[in-house]
Design a protein around this ligand. Structure first.
Ligand code: FAD
Ligand code: NAG
Ligand code: NAG
Length: 333
């Protein structure tokens, strides 16, 4: 253990990034508190994490590849050690309508069971498709599982909306603060590059048990939801739209796209009676993910549509930076 129990760290935010960071810090022996206005078990538009799919398909063009791989390895191991967390390995098929080859797909070398699909087998209009094995979680189970695990490690949860990171430090007597506030970073870190991307999906009953996704100018997916008897159908990404009301017209559009992708697997769905809508805003940042040490603050935000993909890799980096900051802060004997 590199940390010592008397080293106090406060994490602002109880989304997947704050929880993952808190877990790795607490496992390292640090005294961790979490201060957040939204906590596992809550819904609402104040945060993104409960509304996610949540599957681990890396954005093909984004950087931070080590971070994604480290995270996927962590989920893979949890899927084996504790299935009650809702984390599972799953077959995923990814399609593109706007690229000709899989040449630029960096993770084809990393993910197990990668297989390029013959062009002739693809749905009409699709140019590239491949399948591989990855992981998924049901946030409604996984976030409370993380909270319980953290409480078991002595992590203290405080429900509070703070006006500054300094306030969170003062509240807990912490020497280091982790900024994992998602869209809150816009005000807390006075970062005007923080941007919200509205998503809308729908839950439907189904025993469909694999992930399918179009990841290009069209954003369409099916993601199984463990322990719920159904799947999430999506989606959409609307920049700087914070509208929490359901756009009922989108249901029909999503269902049409999903049926095209799956060869009509969801034709039985009646959009007026069979769906439960989900709306959430993804916390993005122009310029990409920020995991950075800044004095006695470790920033960890800007994960947009891939917070689960990067979570435990980001948390590992947060931990390294916290230990680095503590090393600096410790008096030299
Ligand atoms: C429809 C949809 C589908 C998605 N699908 C996927 C997917 O399949 N795979 C994937 O990897 N990602 C997916 N995402 C993205 C993912 O949900 C986000 O990237 C992730 O949840 C971001 O986590 P976070 O911890 O940074 O922020 P959040 O989950 O937004 O958490 C922010 C935390 O900070 C707290 N906070 C903010 N301001 C303050 C303040 N002033 N004081 C105290 N607390 C504060 C909040 O209360 C909350 O606890 C999806 C998102 C949506 C909306
Ligand atoms: C952990 O930190 C809290 C303050 O957030 C403090 O009350 C508690 O005594 C600390 N525990 C240990 C073991 O140092
Ligand atoms: C307490 C603290 O260190 N807060 C910092 C959070 O991040 C912003 C932006 O980098 C800083 O301005 C704050 O000082």
């Amino acid at each position: 253990m590199a940390g010592e129990r008397h080293d106090n760290v406060v994490v602002v935010g109880a989304g997947i990034i704050g929880l993952a960071s808190a877990l790795l810090l607490a496992e390292d022996g640090l005294n961790v508190s979490i201060v957040a206005k939204d906590l596992p078990g809550d819904g609402g538009l104040g945060w993104a994490s409960p509304h996610a799919g949540a599957t681990l398909i890396p954005p093909p063009e984004m950087g931070n590849q080590e971070m994604a791989m480290e995270s996927i390895r962590w989920y893979r191991s949890l899927a084996k050690s504790d299935p009650s967390s809702s984390v599972r390995t799953v077959k995923a098929t990814e399609y593109f309508t706007d690229r000709e080859t899989d040449d630029a797909i960096w993770y084809k070398e990393f993910v197990p069971k990668y297989k390029l699909l013959p062009k002739g087998s693809l749905p009409p209009g699709y140019k590239v498709g491949y399948s591989f094995e990855t992981c998924l979680a049901n946030p409604e189970v996984f976030l409370p599982w993380l909270k319980k695990t953290l409480e078991g490690l002595g992590v203290n949860f405080i429900r509070s909306e703070v006006k500054s990171l300094l306030e969170a430090k003062a509240m807990t007597g912490a020497s280091i603060v982790v900024n994992a506030s998602g869209l809150g970073a816009k005000t807390l870190a006075t970062d005007s590059a923080v941007v919200g991307y509205r998503g809308q999906t729908m839950f439907v009953k189904s025993d469909y048990n694999e992930v399918r996704l179009i990841n290009g100018h069209e954003y369409t997916y099916v993601i199984p939801r463990m322990f719920s008897g159904g799947v999430i159908l999506g989606g959409i990404s609307q920049e700087n739209n914070f509208d929490g009301t359901v756009d009922t017209n989108l249901r029909k559009d999503i269902l049409r796209r999903v049926n095209r992708m799956t060869g009509g697997a969801f034709e039985y769905v009646n959009i007026d009676t069979d769906v439960k809508d989900i709306v959430g805003v993804r916390p993005g940042r122009k310029g990409g993910i920020r995991v950075e040490l800044d004095g006695d603050t470790v920033h960890a935000y800007g994960f947009k549509g891939a917070g689960y993909v990067y979570s435990f890799g980001a948390a590992a980096k947060v931990k390294r930076l916290v230990l680095q900051a503590l090393g600096k802060a410790r008096p030299k004997l």
